[in-house]
Design a protein around this ligand. Sequence first.
Ligand code: MN
Length: 298
Amino acid sequence: MSNLLPSIEALPDRSLRLGSLEVHRVLPVRGRRMIGPWCFFDRFGPLRFEAEKAMDVGPHPHIGLQTVTWLLAGEIVHNDSLGSECLVKPGHLSLMTAGRGIAHTEETPAQNSGLLDGVQFWVALPESSRWLPPGYQCTSALPRQHYRGGEVTAILGAFDGAVSPGHQFSPGVGAEIRVEPGSGLNLPLDRSFEYGAMLVDGDITVFGAPVERNTLYYLGAGRGELGLKSAGGARMLLIGGPPFGERILMWWNFVARTADEILAARQQWENRELVGDVPRYKGPRLPAPPFIGRPIGS
Ligand code: MN
């Protein structure tokens, strides 16, 4: 069979700092706003800390999306305006469906390991689901598919028979791949999905080419398999899905369709009309930034 697929494409990333926490924003970036329904991808850490609180993000709202928090090390406490509370640890899925509106906080618990390393992804909700009531799921029981030389955890969606319990509204998949030292994996991909992959730990080659850590590689669509090899072992994150068929607008923590929707949600947050307070969080809510920047369109 002929293979006319283009080579994999390294997307540019932006580094930012949240206090002492280093953040690599790999989506959205210039030239690529989405991969399937995935519209945001941040890697934070790894960080080793002592007295300070490594993460302390006060109450802020989201609309029109799902947030997926996935830790590689350390712990975060999630609280939200539904009253949900979860101590999130590595291997746990923290999945917040914003729908028409939710507010949440994310903070390092008082009792902690002194480590923080993880990612946050956002999934855009399709038109049919974006006005649903909000929801939150926290689970430690994620299915894994085992292979000779490694394993894959289905974080959201399904991968090769492993099906995440996370509620899904936009077709697609998020998965963590582990490759054992000195091993290779040939993983099945869905040809109708476009994919992105990022090495978060160790070393790996993708289709024989070494890739850099914290760089998101766009694999495109039409591939039936993903060929990986690692000398010293690796952890890699994979996101994918059918190209999202709707144009979205992203601004601050909102995913919408029009600037008017964003302005309305911003005003409602400022007027305390969008969502209720986050119980248990002691600290001020985050004010919306002024609406002067251009929203990021897909
Ligand atoms: Mn948030």
